[in-house]
Design a protein around this ligand. Structure first.
Ligand code: NDP
Length: 413
């Protein structure tokens, strides 16, 4: 029985992880949960999984959570009353909870950074879904991993695919993951991208894109922020930086390929030019289960891949002019230091403004570019944690200012 903690248990990654715990009750036990605001779902999860500890982001919500737990029907009550924590310290304490062996990081955005670092410092293995942490703070996270010996198992389907392909190579081991040391024999990788919500839209029509349009993903069911990131293809840009840190690859060795069927989850090219791919239906439960069970493979009754039913796998190069976020991410990654943190925070803020209908879809890359340009002369090459947190806060504010002062020019409604 592996003891797992689920950070962001009420989100898409969190709920799918808890479904796996229910599908494999003799393999995985849940010891810690954290959530943001969804107390109805969280209290139900506490009843079903009886964690030892639960942490909420906002301390003001604690009384309501207690009241909800008291009000649970006897049949829905947890077997034990969990310790209840809150605030940043509470999230970090839950992330570092002593009995946990593996921490699934399903918090969205840079809000996951401090809990993820807490888990690493406590020596926990991680199933990394919260890519923003590695993107914003790669130069801080990598040395911490080295110090603590924590292993970072990629939950993102593309990075899981690469990790799975590398299992077939003699040099692949998790000790090499996220060390920044190039993987010997690995020439490059191809990250596949579904193309997101607008893949079949002509570029000219993007001026009419609404929040409802951008949050309808053709292949994957995910949280709202990552679904918008998929529509701008910033998600793929973030994954490029994530892959750079996880597999120690130069940016020139990381390519993006549009693959609308989302059956091939990514490919590795080896030194002898052989290309290995991992295939499966687009379902996050598979990469999540591999994180939980690694290095074992657990038998599942899930629908088996039927390529004759798929019929055709197609590929094309991404359209750089339709999706400027990809180039912004490559540029931020190549610049390094604090620039990826600025780009990531600017993207989070711009996407939040878009979801609030305060800026247009096409303003997202414009705002990010403007803020990255402002930071260019200030980049710190080897940032500390406080440098990362400072530029993160600065970039969010800079986006708000840019969106307010430039609204008449930027808004394309
Ligand atoms: P969701 O929006 O569905 O869930 C986010 C979770 O984080 C919720 O539990 C939410 O709590 C919690 N949360 C939000 N804000 C805060 C905060 N400030 N402090 C603490 N907790 C907070 O996101 P996803 O599950 O889609 O994505 C989570 C992460 O996984 C992201 O980094 C994403 O890029 C990555 N990822 C997701 C995939 C997917 O299929 N969904 C695939 C690959 C990567 P509440 O809802 O209670 O407010």
């Amino acid at each position: 029985m592996k003891a797992i903690s689920v950070l962001g248990s009420t989100g898409s990654i969190g709920t799918q992880t808890l479904q796996l715990a229910e599908e494999f009750p003799d393999r995985f036990g849940v010891v810690a949960l954290t959530a943001g605001r969804n107390l109805a779902l969280l209290s139900e999860q506490i009843g079903r999984h009886s964690p030892e500890v639960v942490a909420l982001a906002d301390p003001q919500l604690l009384p309501e959570l207690k009241a909800r737990l008291d009000a649970l029907e006897p049949s829905a009550r947890p077997a034990r009353r969990p310790e209840l924590l809150a605030g940043s310290d509470g999230l970090c304490a839950a992330a570092a909870w002593s009995s946990a062996e593996l921490v699934v990081t399903g918090i969205v955005g840079c809000a996951g950074l401090l809990p993820t670092l807490a888990a690493i410092r406590a020596g926990k293995d991680l199933a990394l879904a919260n890519k923003e942490t590695l993107i914003a703070a790669g130069p801080v996270v990598l040395p911490e991993l080295k110090r603590s010996g924590s292993r970072l198992l990629p939950a993102d389907s593309e990075h899981s695919a690469i990790f799975q392909c590398l299992q077939g190579t003699p040099w692949a081991d998790t000790a090499r993951l996220s060390t920044g040391i190039p993987t010997p024999g690995l020439r490059g990788i191809q990250l596949t991208a579904s193309g997101g919500a607008f893949r079949d839209w002509p570029a000219a029509d993007l001026a009419k894109a609404t929040v409802a349009d951008a949050t309808s993903h053709p292949n994957w069911s995910m949280g709202r922020k990552i679904t918008v990131d998929s529509a701008t293809l910033m998600n793929k840009g973030l994954e490029v930086i994530e892959a750079h840190y996880l597999f120690g690859l130069d940016y020139d060795a990381i390519e993006i390929v549009i693959h609308p069927q989302s059956i091939i989850h990514s490919m590795v090219e080896l030194a002898d030019s052989s290309v290995l791919a991992q295939l499966g239906w687009p379902d996050m439960k598979l990469p999540l289960l591999y994180c939980l069970s690694w290095p074992e493979r657990l038998p599942t009754p899930w629908r088996r891949l039927d390529l004759t039913a798929v019929g055709q796998l197609s590929f094309k190069a991404p359209d750089q002019s339709k999706y400027p976020c990809m180039a912004l991410a490559y540029a931020a990654g190549r610049s390094g230091g604090t620039m990826p943190a600025v780009m990531n925070a600017a993207n989070e803020q711009a996407v939040a403004l878009f979801l609030d209908e305060r800026v247009h879809f096409l303003d997202i890359p414009r705002l990010i570019e403007r803020v990255c340009d402002r930071h260019r002369a200030e980049v710190k090459a080897d940032p500390s944690l406080s440098d990362v947190l400072a530029v993160d806060a600065w970039a969010r504010q800079a986006v708000l200012e840019a969106s307010a002062s430039l609204a008449p020019k930027l808004l394309l409604a």
